[in-house]
Design a binder for this molecule. Sequence first.
Ligand code: PFF
Ligand code: NA
Length: 452
Amino acid sequence: MSTHNVWTHKGTFLLAAVGSAVGLGNLWRFPYLTGENGGGAFILVYALTIFAVGIPILIAETMLGRTSRRSPIMGMRHLTKTHGTSRAWESIGWLGAASAFLILSFYSVIAGWAIHYTGQMFSGALVGADSETIGAGFDALLASPWLLTGYHTIFIIASALIVGMGIHKGIESGLRIIMPALFAILLLVLFYSIANGDIGAAATFLFTFNIADLSLEGWLQAMGQSFFTLSLGMGAIMAYGAYMSSEASLTRTAVAVAFVDTAVAMVAGLAIFALVFGAGLETGQGPGLMFVTLPLAFAEMPFGALVGGVFFILVLGAAISSSISLIEPVAAFLVERFDLTRPKAVGAVTLGAWLMGLLTVVSFNVWAEGTLFHALFGRSAFDFIELLTNIFMPLGGLLIALFAGWALTQSEVMKELRTSEGWFKTWRFLVRFVAPAAVSFVFLRTIPQVDG
Ligand code: PFF
Ligand code: NA
C-alpha cells in the first residue's frame, strides 16, 4: 500500500482525536459515575490512571496506527509481519474492532436521549416542572422501545453520513464546525452555572476525597472510564493515527488530547454539579443525572429552557464527533480487506451496530428488571455490554502497551517518538511495567467481585 490517506493538516489528528475523546464520556458518564462513587476518591483514581497509564498508551496506540498506515486489524497484521512477532498480537485489532462496535451500539441509544431532551428543553415543556413530572417523563421515554429506536436510528444515520463522506469531506469538515462550537457552548454553560448554581459546593464535592469511599467496583469503573474517555484500546485512535502527518509529534499530541479531555470532564462536572447543588438536588442519580436531575435544575432557573436546550446540543455534538470515530476503524477495515466502497462499508457497520443497539433499547423496557432476561442473566443486556467494554478496553490497552513496549524493535520506536532519550525511557518504563501492573492489579482485585 503506497498511496495512503493522510489528514489535510499537521494538526488535524489533534482535532480528530479530541473530537473522539470528548463525548458522552465527559458530559454524561464522568459526572454520574463520580456522583455514584462519592466524588473526589473516584476522580483521584481516574486522574492517576489517565496520566500514568492513559497517556503512555495513547502514545503507543497512535504510533501503531501511524507506523502501519492501515486500519487497526490490517495494521496489526502488518506490524507483526514486519517485526517478526507472533500473529497473536493481531488480537489487538480484533479486540478493538469488537469493542468499537459494542460501544457504538449503546452510545447511539444514549445520544438519542439527548435528541429527545433538546426538543423538550427548547419547546419549554419542562419550564417550572416538578421532580415527579420530569422523572415520569424520563421513565416514559425509557419505557417506549419505539421512541428509543427512533432516536437511535436518527443519531446513527447522522454519524454514518459523516463517515460515509470520507475522512476529508466528512470527518475533517464536520469536526471543523462541531468542535469550536462545543467549546463555546461549554464555556457558556460554565458561566451560567456560576451565576445560577452553587459552584463552591461542586468544587468541594469533586476535589475532596476519602479513598475509603471507593468500592472495588468503583476502582474498575474509574479505570474503565479513563480508557473510555480517552477512546483507548478500541482502534479509534489507531485508525485516526493511520492518517496522522509524519511531522506531528506523537508525545506532545497525546498529552494535549489527554489534557483537553480531562479539562472538559472537570468543567462539565463543575457546571453540572453546581446546577444540581444550586437546585438542592442529589448527586447519586446514576445515568439519570443528566436527563432527570439536570433538566430539573434548568426548569427552575432563568432562561433555563434556552440554556438547557443549548446544553443538549453540546451533548449531541460531542456524541457525534465520538461516534464517527467508532465507525471509522471497522469501516476502514472492510474497505481494505474486502475492497468495499466506503459508503457500503459504513452502511454495513452502521446497520450491524444499529441492530446490536436494539439490545440496549429493550434493556430499559421489554427486558428490564423483573423480566425473564434479567432474571436469567442477573443484569440487563445494556449493563452486560457495558461491563464487557469495561473489561475489553483496559485489556486492549494492556496488550497495546505490551506490544509497543516489548514486541516492537525499540530502536524503531525511538525513531517514531522523536523525543529525548529521557522521555523515551520514561515512556518505555510506563508501557512496559506501570501500565500492565496497574491494569492487572485492578483486574485481579475487581473481576472476582463483579458477579451478577
Ligand atoms: N471517548 C468517548 C467519550 O468520552 O465519550 C467515547 C469513545 C469514543 C470511546 C470512541 C471509544 C472510542 F473509540
Ligand atoms: Na472523553
